[in-house]
Design a protein around this ligand. Structure first.
Ligand code: MOS
Length: 729
């Protein structure tokens, strides 16, 4: 038996293309006669456009057109809805302004500089109305929609009766997607009902579907290319108004149009992690058994859409607790619509839950890790089902050992090193281990190479590499002869890359299609090659691109088999989807984060010294890309814990730190040595690889580990992120 490819730290198959500039991102494409666009965005936060004067802009050099609600081509799909429906911002449908930065016009010119300049010449008059951008001030408008019903098991507010209780409010500021690659699109109508898009997206098929609905043209007339994506983490899980604006401009001028938005516009046009306020109340017996948890969350949304996420999800099943109730409400503000941002709601919820558990542990005088183990949920208390696999206790143990948890003095503000206060903190995270439906086609050529195609995406985690490893293991074909192609809407269906589900979803289809391919090859050999006549597909050995009889006496290579039959290629397609097991088991990934921090006693500056993150994500398909994925989550988590906060000036409803200089994402200097460990045990039920998702749990829980460590170092509990120095003085 050969060493399997899965589980190895294989280098990225597209790594060379990425580091040599060979990878083409959406904005690198150059259709002939391409024009450039720039957006004109609202400077008010609520009201209506009174007039738009485009005379000066249209007279500027190279300008092709200025498109707004006054002259935009109609979007047929808009008529299915009424303007008041919560269907998102219907760009250029009318003159309403819902938020600051809302696009009011798109200017097209023959260079980017000319488009940007001409956009500055468009004069917009507004009728301004009172705007609301402050969640605290808008609490009276909080509401629930039917996706966010109250949850309870056992008794409501049972925590109040417990001998030891803790209740506190935790707040998270608005955080903005800031990948290096800016959002945008290239749109090209090659005929009045045929559209080609070069997009930055987490799902080419869902873009195709959205465009089909809005423009009412046949699916096969919409081609979406998105092979490389320069970071997304949720912001590219939908089509945004900026993309529709570009498509409309391209339709009007009948030329390809490219839009790349500015860093400043990233704050208002591609969603954000909504700011939230969460009240967690919990009660326990004196010996640390949880008796009740109440979790009430409020987060913001836009006036025209109800954005919901899993903010109270983790609380329902993370701990073995008989009485749990949750409530989740939205406050609509004059803001654009939020979107998932790595970990999404669970990352938000885990900050509150895992901080509260830590606070309770000090009241109980029980070690916070011990308190978690005491209340470990062996089965899912929300769904009353066994977990398909759960190695959280192993993860706790690995992490505690690697960070040196046992050597910490449990008393707050009791440890020092070189004049710095020292703190150790930990937390846990969890996220659904999803598996959706995907189709993959496999083409084996007579030169022995295998090409797999699926309309999957890769926003950076190394999707194609993992798929090659899975295919190599099933087929016995060497990885250097396998190519996995993604990011094309013409390929068979795959869902968006989101929710940590790609390896599970697309990998299962890769596994299935490879098995189908082997069967096809076996049947060819059995019917055509004398030595194989007496065998069955199950008895054949598949190794090194060959079919081998069970007695190992006869071998035939894939090349020889196809050439003998004069077949240029063999093509098979398979569709895969999680089945009945998903109804019988609760499927989740788990993570544990440990942090050691230094806090400067005079300035309150927090420096993270060491991080240990441990994941129970099933069998790890690629230990190198998985480790990178975990480190990426940690870096995002450092930002969430210590630096990231988009600040609004409520007088104008406008962001004041909408740039890389003032909105602080962690840099290398903020990122300490990070040790990543995997429990690396197969989940027996989820998919053929036994792998659960990884992307979200890398971040979920992390911020609480830091805040718990800061409390241990200083005795100061910070419940509103980020933990900036002023909060520790
Ligand atoms: Mo992820 S937040 O599902 O891109």
């Amino acid at each position: 038996m050969k060493k399997p490819q899965t589980g190895q730290p294989m280098d990225r198959v597209d790594g060379r293309l990425k580091v040599t500039g060979g990878a083409k991102y959406f904005a690198d494409h150059q259709p002939a006669d391409m024009q450039f666009a720039a957006l004109v965005c609202s400077t008010i936060s609520c009201g209506a456009i009174a007039s738009i004067s485009t005379t000066k802009a249209l007279r500027a050099p190279g300008v092709a057109d200025v498109v707004s609600h006054l002259n935009a081509p109609p979007v047929p799909g808009y008529k299915k809805t009424n303007p008041g429906d919560k269907n998102g911002l219907q760009i250029f449908r009318d003159n309403r302004i819902y938020s600051n930065g809302q696009p009011v016009a798109i200017v097209v010119a023959n260079t980017m500089e000319r488009a940007v300049y001409a956009a500055s010449l468009v004069e917009v008059q507004y009728n301004q109305e009172t705007h609301y951008t402050n969640m605290e001030a808008g609490m009276d408008k909080a509401f629930q929609n039917n996706r966010m019903k109250d949850y309870s098991r056992g008794e409501i507010n049972a925590w109040q009766k417990a001998p030891v209780t803790h209740s506190a409010q935790y707040t998270i500021p608005l955080e903005v997607h800031n990948p290096m690659e800016l959002a945008g699109i290239i749109a090209h109508w090659t005929s009045p009902d045929t559209l080609t898009l070069y997009a930055k997206t987490q799902g080419v098929k869902s873009v195709q579907e959205t465009i089909q609905e809005l423009f009412e043209i046949p699916e096969q007339n919409i081609t979406v290319h998105s092979r490389f994506v320069g970071g997304a983490f949720g912001m590219a899980l939908r089509v945004w108004p900026l993309e529709i604006a570009t498509i409309l401009a391209a339709k009007k001028i009948r030329k390809p149009v490219k839009l790349v938005i500015t860093r400043e516009q990233m704050f208002t046009l591609v969603g954000y992690r909504p700011n939230s306020s969460q009240k967690i109340s919990m009660g326990a017996t004196a010996d640390g058994k949880l008796t009740g948890i109440t979790h009430e969350a409020v987060a913001i949304t836009s006036p025209y859409e109800d954005f919901t996420e899993g903010i109270v999800a983790m609380t329902k099943f993370m701990y073995d607790c008989p009485n749990v109730n949750t409530r989740y409400q939205l406050v609509p503000l004059n803001m654009s619509t939020p979107i998932w941002m790595r970990g999404p709601g669970e990352a938000t919820g885990s900050f509150a839950l895992e901080s509260a558990i830590d606070e309770l542990s000090y009241k109980l005088k029980i070690d916070p890790l011990q308190l978690r183990i005491l209340n470990h949920a062996d089965t899912d208390p929300e769904r009353n089902l066994p977990f398909s696999s759960k190695y959280l206790k192993e993860a706790y143990q690995i992490g505690a050992e690697k960070i040196g948890w046992s050597s910490r003095n449990p008393a707050p503000r009791s440890m020092q090193e070189n004049g710095m206060l020292v703190g150790y903190g930990m937390s846990s995270g969890t996220f659904g281990a999803y598996r959706g439906k995907a189709t993959v086609s496999a083409i084996l050529k007579s030169d022995g190479t295998l090409t797999l195609q699926s309309a999957a995406a890769d926003i950076g985690p190394g999707t194609a590499t993992a798929m090659v490893q899975i295919a190599a293991d099933v087929t016995g074909i060497s990885p250097d002869k396998i190519t996995f192609m993604l990011g094309e809407s013409t390929f068979p269906y795959a869902p968006e890359q989101g929710g940590s589900a790609t390896v599970s979803t697309v990998g299962s289809a890769v596994s299935d299609v490879c098995h189908a391919l082997l069967k096809e090859l076996a049947n060819l050999a059995i019917s055509q090659v004398p030595a194989f006549k007496q065998t069955t597909p199950e008895l054949i050995i598949y190794e090194d691109g060959q079919l081998i009889t069970a007695d190992r006496q006869t071998k035939i290579t894939h090349e020889a088999l196809l050439q003998q039959q004069k077949l240029p290629e063999v093509k098979v397609t398979a569709t895969s989807q999680g089945g009945e097991e998903r109804k019988k088991y609760s499927m989740y990934s788990f993570s544990v984060h440990f942090a050691k921090v230094h806090v400067h006693p005079a300035t309150g500056v927090v420096r993270i010294q060491h991080i240990v993150s441990v994941a129970d994500a099933g069998a790890i398909v690629n230990t190198k890309t998985a480790r990178s994925q975990m480190i990426g989550g940690v870096v995002g988590g450092i930002g969430m814990a210590l630096t990231e906060e988009a600040i609004l000036d409520h007088r104008f409803g406008r962001f004041v730190n909408n740039n890389y200089a003032d909105y602080h994402v962690p840099v290398n200097a903020d990122t300490p040595p990070t040790d990543v460990y995997f429990v690396n045990k197969k989940d027996p039920y989820i998919n053929p690889m036994g792998s659960k998702g990884l992307g979200e749990i890398a971040l979920i829980g992390f911020a609480a580990a830091v805040s718990n460590a800061v409390f241990h170092a200083t005795g100061i509990r910070v419940r509103d992120l980020p933990i900036t120095p002023d909060k520790l003085l």
